[in-house]
Ligand binder design. Structure first.
Ligand SMILES: [Zn+2]
Length: 410
């Protein structure tokens, strides 16, 4: 029970403690040091669990125990970094990373158009030496938390400890720089492209006469509460990363996850509130885009076409992206912003059927409308997209604070 990650697929037999059914569990190994999966017993449908930990091995539970191999045991496919084609979850020959590796390569080729070989070599070098997202987040979280608690000496100690592990070139100068680089690294090439377009808009806005008043307002009124919400949001994402990691690399490479995909690990309890909570944060923080858009359209930063900023901030969050819907760069980083899913996620109006792998919710006020459904894999992908959009905003805010010398969103 040792010797991975060099093994890509790890096989083991486990029985359900409730009904005794034996399953052949095939686990595709990802890159995170701890990989947790939850799946349903094929017989009694109760949740079973398994954890892969580098250096320690595989441990089963809850409701699962390792047993001797059984010839005709049903297969359960799990993979830390990928989802499966629907119908392949129980296929003993399924090998999802092949399909996705090919699509990832195609997406990279499309983006690069240049010397792909050199780019991939560079990518694999940096991936080898850079800490994994959850490990880096752990260091960053402590540094950030100590900074927030007003303990700069202890924060500095954590930061220096990280610098020894870091493969960033150049290494981050301070916490805001680190946060900026981390957010860029985690959100991948797809969201980096979207960030660059947003940054272009900041360049236009900075030359408008009311821009200094916007910076003052941002530093005094928005940066600190926004920083607190980003901190909590990042914590929630990385806490549920064993679930999100199934689609994380696919979403950040710009691949579509549809209802024809199925997530093997279905720890829905860890993710059901995430969409709604992230929607709330994004709904609050998009006001910075509205302010920049006001400037770009040659108005005062706090004057929309037909509303003052104060009136706008009293409107329902669901409609707040309309204020900049005609700005393609801003619209692109709020493309995932679905009030129906938010309501269902927030008010317990969403149910998950393990048998079908579908998340179901009703649209309309009070959940009286039509029944909608999506695969759990797609739900995860939409959560990840929403979070990555928030990280683009976080990078924008750090850039505003850095370049125009005001309070950071920490
Ligand atoms: Zn069972």
């Amino acid at each position: 029970m040792s010797c991975y990650p060099e093994r890509m697929i790890y096989g083991e037999f486990a029985s359900c403690d409730e009904c005794g059914t034996v399953h052949r569990v095939r686990i595709g190994i990802g890159t995170e040091p701890v990989q947790a999966h939850r799946f349903a017993c094929v017989q009694c449908k109760q949740e079973m669990g398994v954890v892969v930990e580098f250096g320690k091995g595989v441990s089963f539970g809850p409701n699962a125990t390792v047993v001797e191999p059984v010839d005709d045991a049903p297969t359960i496919n799990l993979h830390a970094s990928f989802v499966f084609a629907k119908g392949e979850l129980g296929d003993p020959g399924a090998f999802p990373s092949m399909e996705f590796s090919k699509r990832l390569l195609e997406a990279a080729e499309e983006r690069a158009g240049e010397d792909l070989g050199a780019r991939l070599a560079q990518l694999s070098r940096s991936q080898r030496s850079r800490p994994r997202p959850t490990e880096e987040w752990e260091q960053l979280r402590w540094t950030w938390s100590l900074t927030r608690a007003g303990k700069p000496d202890l924060a500095e100690k954590r930061f220096q400890k990280f610098l020894k592990l870091s493969a960033y070139d150049p290494p981050p100068e301070d916490l805001p720089d680190w946060l900026f680089q981390f957010a860029a690294d985690v959100s991948g090439p797809h969201f980096d492209t979207l960030f660059e377009a947003v940054f272009e808009q900041l360049r236009i806005a900075k030359d408008k006469p009311d821009f200094p008043r916007f910076v003052e307002h941002y530093g005094a009124k928005m940066s600190v509460p926004n920083g607190r919400r980003y901190f909590d949001l990042c914590g929630a994402y990385f806490k549920a990363f064993p679930e999100f990691s199934q689609v994380h690399h696919l979403v950040t490479a710009g691949l579509e996850i549809g209802d024809d995909h199925a997530a093997a690990s279905m720890n829905y309890d860890e993710t059901r509130m995430f969409y709604g909570n992230t929607f709330e944060v994004l709904g609050e923080h998009v006001s910075i885009l509205t302010m920049l858009n006001n400037l770009i359209e040659d108005r005062l930063f706090d004057q929309l076409r037909n509303l003052t900023l104060a009136e706008y901030l009293k409107t329902d969050k669901a409609g707040r992206c309309r204020a900049f819907a005609e700005n393609p760069a801003f619209a692109a980083i709020t493309a995932e912003f679905d009030n129906q899913v938010r309501n269902a996620s927030h008010h317990g109006g969403m149910t998950f059927d393990r048998d079908t792998g579908l998340v179901e919710y009703r649209s309309g006020k009070g959940g009286q409308g039509d029944l909608n459904s999506m695969s759990y894999a797609r739900y995860l992908a939409r959560c990840v997209t929403l979070f990555m959009q928030a990280l683009v905003l976080l990078r924008l805010e750090v850039a505003v604070a850095e370049f125009f010398k005001t309070q950071y969103p920490l």
